[in-house]
Design a protein around this ligand. Structure first.
Ligand code: ADP
Ligand code: ZN
Ligand code: ZN
Length: 737
């Protein structure tokens, strides 16, 4: 469509303002498309923005309305679905659409920067047109012919110009100098070989009855919105189901988007899809370079990527032929972006995307979130269960070890030492889980009770023994490990234990047993990860010790004993989600034990064996736990029985943050069905030299909560101090503090 000069472009810019900006289209001819990029003046800068709408008038006065500099694309760079999704997201999270787009698309597209996938194009300028009309070029017939040619084309590339005249370059230079011709950079589509349908039947196992039922149910209605929860214990064959349903979608010439919490930790998953489909899935995650990201995006955008496997932000990936979405480990906290200014749940947006597109979505987990279970109970989601492991291994036996009544050596109880010994003798592998890295969480003076505090946070330094450092896990501060107390000169001692210290203890207890430690200190890159996993897989390592890193996604078929060293951190937290997270971790870690013929054993050390949560989990498993946890949530009116939004603020002085939130509260004038709680300082008020506080909004009526916030934020925007403070609105917060 050729747009008349009066048309107004509605442009989304990556600036922290919840609005779009009106511009006049550039003077040059060109096709204006929604979803295309445009370069515009903004203040004294030139920014790359996105055309998100067209209008025939603007509320900006004509004298102030500025003109866009240049259209960067003649077609939309986003599929219509992605743009609609971004618009929904901006409105649901009350966040500037330009910033949502910035998070959604590869940086290389956002900045309009020059990559190989861009080409140079020449086009005539408005003054060039004038000059041609007025006959100013008549004395230079070759230049005239070139301009004449460009008059009938939007642009020409170097190759096209070469065909027109072999010595076109000096002509173009002369014309550019007179500003009658200009050169632009344009994103082009890189051609890549198209992926054909997968080689069918490549080593597919015979499905169990439950798997077959799941595949049939999911594939029964492929072209309509249908949220399905695939609830299956680890090893029950969920991934196999994903692959089989994906095959059906691909056979329809559509593509599948698979979201996972962390790709770097799951090379196995990528490999399995690659093997089954005969071609590697298109992978999208934050460790890609800008260029790789752009290429993956374009691959998906052209419909060439049949399977896109990505983390959070891949939920926005442009996929015109999207036929199904799969969210693996849907309960996982990593699917929620809970840092920075734009906080969103990739799972929730994925459900919305499936609904907008009218396609099925599969939410897979061994431990579905309480929100998802609630949606099953209220019949919004359909639940399919894989109750047994595909290898028929019996569920592992879970047992509590009472730390108060047991003799222990450096935090490892006598029964655990015995169990490890027994399993090692029977040629089993042992997995030991402790969700705390470093040597010890505290360094203490034995004489004056000095503690090594981080100066920037309300937190203790963690001891890192082999690195000889004290490190703060909250802000990244680091200092050398003192040998004596800096206050009184007496001896210092590490208190408590992290994985580094436990590995030392295990080496003392089992000196000849090869051990692999997996945490963010011991495994810092992909190569180290693969080599650690390989040590376990080949059986060279007999003991595997680690943090969350070992709780996710990996298959350890020869592990027969799982030990959870300390689960007590989750028992008494003030965060209403802590119990759920603890139960999920226990079940996820326990799921690593025992395969095939070997049944597994799981030992959980605790100081509180009487705690109802632990007893419940032990006797009734995750579903029993979840049912009673949901009842508690209902009684306390916590999510999913209510909806939360947190307004958070940080400032260099606690007072400033609290003042801002108090002013925001005063401005609220909220209807009765919305409660405002706080403001309160964060549990760890000081963090990275800033003081954090939050105001919590709560309502059982989601719609009215969101309507209220729209209104309220325009008032909050007028608080004078707002420019000096850093604040963020967290819709459906994953963590409270
Ligand atoms: P999950 O994703 O639920 O952890 P997987 O799909 O990874 O489960 O399956 C666990 C293991 O069982 C894998 O090694 C897989 O190849 C195998 N498997 C899955 N389904 C079957 C089946 N129907 N028959 C035989 N082996 C299967
Ligand atoms: Zn001291
Ligand atoms: Zn710190």
């Amino acid at each position: 469509l050729i747009v008349p000069a009066l048309t107004i472009l509605r442009v989304a810019l990556d600036v922290p303002l919840r609005r779009v900006f009106d511009y006049l289209p550039p003077l040059t001819d060109g096709t204006v498309s929604i979803g295309a990029r445009v370069k515009v003046p903004f203040g004294s800068r030139q920014l790359v923005g996105w055309i998100v709408g067209l209008a025939d008038h603007s509320t900006v006065s004509p004298s102030k309305l500025r003109r866009a500099t240049e259209l960067l694309d003649s077609n939309s760079v986003l599929d219509a679905g992605t743009l609609a999704l971004v618009e929904w997201t901006a409105s649901y999270y009350h966040h500037p659409i330009g910033e949502v787009l910035a998070a959604a698309v590869p940086r290389a597209l956002r900045t309009g920067s020059i990559l190989n996938t861009y080409e140079q194009r020449w086009r005539i300028t408005p003054t060039g047109r004038d000059a041609l009309k007025k006959g100013l070029v008549n004395r230079a017939p070759k230049q005239q012919a070139l301009l004449q040619l460009l008059l009938t084309h939007n642009y020409l590339t170097a190759t096209a110009l070469q065909q027109f005249h072999e010595k076109w370059q000096p002509l173009a230079r002369a014309l550019t100098k007179k500003k009658w011709l200009e050169k632009i950079t344009h994103a082009v589509i890189e051609t890549q070989s198209t992926v054909t349908s997968p080689p069918l039947g490549s080593s597919e196992p015979v499905l169990t009855q439950e798997q077959r039922h799941a595949v049939e149910e999911i594939c029964k209605t492929l072209q309509q919105f249908k949220p399905v929860v695939l609830h299956g214990v680890t090893g029950s064959g969920k991934t196999e189901v994903y692959m089989q349903v994906a095959k059906h979608v691909v056979a329809n010439d559509q593509s599948v988007l698979i979201l996972v919490p962390e790709i770097s930790l799951t090379p196995q998953l990528v490999a399995r899809f690659a093997e089954r489909f005969g071609v590697a899935p298109t992978v999208m995650h934050s460790a890609l370079t800008d260029r790789e990201r752009l290429r993956a995006w374009q691959h998906a955008d052209r419909g060439q990527a049949k399977i896109v496997l990505g983390t959070r932000s891949a939920v926005f990936c442009s996929m015109p032929k999207l036929g199904m979405i799969i969210v693996d480990e849907e309960h996982d906290a990593s699917l929620k972006q809970h840092e920075g200014g734009f906080r969103y749940s990739a799972r929730d947006i994925a459900v919305r995307r499936a609904q907008q597109t009218g396609i099925p979505i599969v939410l897979g987990s061994a431990t579905p979130s309480l929100e998802t279970l609630y949606n099953i109970n209220t019949q919004r989601y359909h639940c399919l269960t894989l109750s047994r492991r595909s290898d028929q291994a019996p569920a592992p036996r879970l047992q509590l070890i009472d730390l108060k009544n047991e003799h222990q050596f450096q935090g490892i109880s006598h029964s655990v030492v015995q169990a490890i010994t027994r399993h090692l003798q029977q040629r089993g592998q042992v997995l030991i889980f402790l969700n705390r890295r470093g040597y010890a969480p505290t360094l203490l003076c034995t004489a004056c009770s000095w503690l090594a505090d981080c100066p920037s946070c309300d937190a203790k330094y963690t001891v890192h023994q082999s690195a000889e450092k004290l490190r703060c896990h909250h802000c990244g501060n680091e200092t050398s490990l003192p040998e004596t107390c800096p206050q009184c000169g007496y001896a210092v001692k590490p208190v408590g234990r992290g994985t580094e210290r436990v590995s030392e203890t295990l080496r003392t207890l089992f000196p000849d047993v090869p051990l692999v430690r997996m945490d963010r200190d011991a495994v810092t890159n992909r190569r180290e990860l693969e080599s650690a996993l390989n040590e376990v897989k080949t059986g060279n390592a007999r003991i595997l010790l680690g943090t969350q890193m070992i709780a996710k996604g990996h298959d350890f078929p020869d592990v027969t004993l799982v030990v959870i060293l300390n689960a007590d951190q989750g028992l008494f937290s003030t965060d209403f989600r802590a119990a759920e997270r603890l139960a999920q971790t226990v079940i996820q870690v326990a799921g690593r034990a025992g395969r095939a013929s070997r049944s597994g054993e799981v030992l959980l050390q605790t100081e509180y064996p009487e705690h109802p949560l632990l007893k419940n989990l032990l006797t009734e498993g995750y579903s029993g736990f979840a049912a009673s946890a949901l009842q508690e949530r209902a009684q306390a009116a916590w999510p999913p029985y209510s909806h939360l939004v947190a307004l958070r603020c940080s400032a260099s002085q606690a007072k400033h943050a609290l003042d801002f939130l108090n002013t925001a509260k005063e401005l609220a004038n909220a209807p009765k069905n919305i409660q405002l709680r706080g403001p309160v300082p964060a549990a760890m008020a000081k963090r990275a030299d800033k003081y954090h506080a939050q105001l919590l909004l709560e309502s059982t009526q989601r719609r009215s909560l969101h309507q209220f916030i729209d209104d309220w934020l325009t008032k909050v925007d007028t608080i004078p101090q707002i420019r000096q403070l850093s604040w963020v609105l967290d819709v459906d917060p994953a963590e409270l503090f």
